[in-house]
Design a protein around this ligand. Structure first.
Ligand code: PTJ
Length: 251
């Protein structure tokens, strides 16, 4: 039992969620290690959504609204932390949801499918019942994708992605949006748009941004996407980390 007056209450609550998801066969064991790495960066970033993360969220919302075939890729950590929010976001965007696991097992795929269905998702791609196609340049289970999902998508949201897959998806011409607290990760550097924020804050903020921009004209949306510079945005995150711990900085 975590008391809500504990100074690290929010962070401990997320840890408990992650451990629970591991016990329920949703999260990979290494998903807990990945969470710990994210937690460390979140601590360094001040555990709130920065102004540059807000810019990345706005650009992501614009790109997802403009997409002809948007797909949200879900792994164990995403399913553990934001299952309801992912379903809401997919509904807002009329996007598909696809399960894509790095440490793929039949049991985890079916547990995540059940969890997302309980959260209200009607159609889930990437399950074991479905025929898959391989992504060029990758091997093993993470190389496969639904032929109706990521394979044909123009814009893919892949939170907490691994670097190899991110590079392969970019080579296939996808506009790749990721959510990654580590601004130095290969995925963060490879993606078209990286939201350097905790997924538990980023996805609700993304839902709000999609609602706000839903009636904006396509020309303006294109300008928002074109005006976003991922490299510069990642540098701003790094500057925030260093200035935060050596002097004053606006978050
Ligand atoms: O469920 P699976 O089998 O697909 O496996 C998923 C993991 C996350 C275990 C797998 O993709 C993996 O090993 O990922 P990495 O390479 O450890 O990358 C995870 C990235 O996500 C790291 O850069 C972390 O800093 C970041 N991260 C962790 N927790 C969060 C996060 N970013 C945003 N929000 C978080 N809560």
């Amino acid at each position: 039992m975590i008391h809500n007056d504990h100074p690290r209450y929010e962070s401990l609550k997320l840890r408990a969620k992650v451990v629970e998801a591991y016990k329920n066969g949703i999260l990979a064991d290494s998903g807990m290690i990945a969470h710990g790495r994210g937690e460390a960066f979140d601590y360094l970033l001040g555990e709130k959504t920065s102004s540059n993360a807000k810019k990345a969220i706005k650009a992501s919302a614009a790109a997802l609204i403009l997409a002809k075939n948007p797909v949200i890729s879900v792994n164990g950590n995403t399913a553990a932390l934001v299952p309801n929010e992912i379903v809401t976001l997919a509904d807002e965007l009329h996007a598909k949801i696809e399960i894509n696991l790095f440490h793929r097992t039949h049991e985890r795929v079916s547990n995540i499918e059940k969890l997302l269905k309980e959260a209200g998702a009607k159609n889930i791609l990437g399950t074991d019942q479905e025929e898959k196609v391989s992504i060029r340049g990758l091997e093993g289970p993470r190389a496969t994708t639904s032929k109706d999902g990521v394979y044909i998508a123009d814009v893919v949201l892949v939170p907490l992605e691994d670097g190899d897959r991110a590079e392969a998806l970019i080579k296939l011409g996808k506009l790749l949006i990721t959510i990654d607290l580590n601004p130095l990760s290969r995925t963060a550097k490879t993606a078209t748009i990286t939201i350097v924020d905790n997924i538990v804050r980023a996805v609700p903020n993304l839902i709000e941004a999609v609602k706000e921009l839903s009636n904006v004209d396509p020309t303006t949306l294109h300008q928002i996407v074109k005006g976003f510079n991922n490299k510069k945005n990642l540098q701003e995150s790094l500057q925030k980390i260093s200035k935060k711990h050596t002097g004053k900085v606006k978050t």
